[in-house]
Design a protein. Structure first.
Length: 397
């Protein structure tokens, strides 16, 4: 934008303050300030429930050029606490666009800022770690903003799942975004119960496209309630906050562990780890973006993955609890996936459904279907076969 007004500010708990131009809603918001390295996909990022309670910074310098459409959403609406960009595109150009990014954020009540040095902000977050912050268009006094940032609640110990979980069970039905998958499903086959801690729509779409009927339950559902539905498998979704604060979500997982095949993604991966007795910990600045390299230890192949998490599973406690590490992050060596040594259960920390991001790991949904049919996690060779088939022919296994 050419307007040089400075009518918004972002303050961090370490005393750093950035002044820029407001767009979106007016007001004051607080949260954990994080960064995402994706070049595109800002609409999916904004609507990802895993970002609840976070002020998201986009590292790519120009955001908003293709506007907002009615299809590329991962939940009912924007979930972020605030949004930070270097430059808001002055033009929107896309045949599916129905409104501008600014119009979308304004209508949703999301405070946003542009015109700040996002490279400096990102570098500070990398060096210091994710920090509490305040984003405001009302309060521009630096000292007052920093004081408020330091008083804000942190992400460690926070239960944000209660803010995004469903109030009641429901059956997932095809939605208008289903056409993007490039194939149709022929009807209901296997039955999966999904514990929804903030599930992205595209995860549920991937299950449906594999001829799976999906019943969604709140994460505090009773274990017996799950078993009474007689599912072929249990899926554990992504979601926001600290897994250590979610004992109510771990309890039903423990109740069905070994009785039903289980597959978890992101927060679901962490909850499965805690259910078998492993520990989790907070990462310094997290993994958020569509270009995280992960090595599959079973196949020896490297996958470029989409990620969004600020916590990770402790490897030593995982292996002591019977977990077998299957995937490692090549940037920092943290655990990105595991399977249980004896029970039909596996999970990954990253997002095989992408949205946004690469599709290198979409075969893991096929592996879940395979496990539901056989009652055991796919062997390394079977995983390699599923991955090759997914790459060669865009059809479910």
């Amino acid at each position: 934008m050419n307007d040089q007004r400075l009518d918004a500010a972002l303050a961090l708990e370490d005393g750093t303050v950035f002044f820029g131009r407001a767009f979106g809603a007016r007001g004051t918001t607080e949260g954990e300030v994080v960064f995402n390295t994706s070049l595109t996909g800002y609409q999916e990022i904004l609507t990802d429930p895993s970002y609840k309670g976070q002020i998201v910074t986009m590292t790519y310098p120009l955001i908003g050029n293709y506007g907002i459409n009615d299809m590329d959403v991962e939940s009912r609406g924007p979930q972020v606490a605030g949004f930070v960009v270097k430059e808001l595109s002055p033009r929107t150009s896309n045949y599916r666009s129905t409104r501008t990014l600014e119009e979308y954020l304004s209508a949703a009540g999301i405070v946003a800022i542009e015109g700040i040095d996002t490279r400096t902000l990102t570098r500070r977050l990398r060096i210091t770690g994710a920090m509490r912050g305040v984003l405001s268009t009302d309060l521009l006094d630096a000292a007052a903003l920093v004081k408020r940032a330091r008083a804000a609640a942190g992400m460690a110990g926070a239960d944000w799942v209660r803010a995004v979980k469903p109030d009641a069970p429901y059956d997932w039905r095809d939605d208008q975004g289903d056409w993007r998958l490039g194939r149709e499903h022929a009807g209901d086959g296997l039955h999966v119960v999904a514990l929804d801690c903030g599930a992205k729509h595209n995860i549920l779409r991937h299950l449906r496209q594999r001829n799976v009927r999906v019943t969604v339950l709140p994460p505090d559902a009773d274990g017996q309630t799950i078993l009474d539905l007689r599912p072929d498998g249990l899926f554990l979704s992504n979601g926001p906050g600290d897994p250590a604060a979610l004992d109510y979500a771990v309890k039903p997982i423990r109740a069905v562990l070994g009785k039903v095949p289980i597959f978890g993604i992101c927060l679901g991966h962490q909850l499965l780890a805690r259910a078998i007795g492993a520990e989790t910990f907070k990462l310094k600045f997290g993994h958020r973006g569509g270009n995280q390299p992960v090595k599959n230890l079973d196949t020896g192949r490297v996958e470029i993955t989409s990620q969004n998490h600020g916590f990770a599973v402790d490897r030593a406690s995982l292996e002591a609890a019977g977990g077998v590490v299957t995937h490692l992050n090549l940037n920092d060596g943290t655990v990105e996936g595991f399977r249980h040594s004896k029970l039909p259960a596996f999970s990954v920390q990253y997002h095989p459904e992408a949205s946004p991001g690469p599709h290198d790991a979409a075969y893991l949904f096929d592996a879940f279907v395979d496990m539901m049919k056989t009652g055991r996690p796919p062997a390394p060779q079977r995983l390699a076969d599923l991955q090759k088939r997914r790459e060669q022919v865009d059809q479910p296994a």
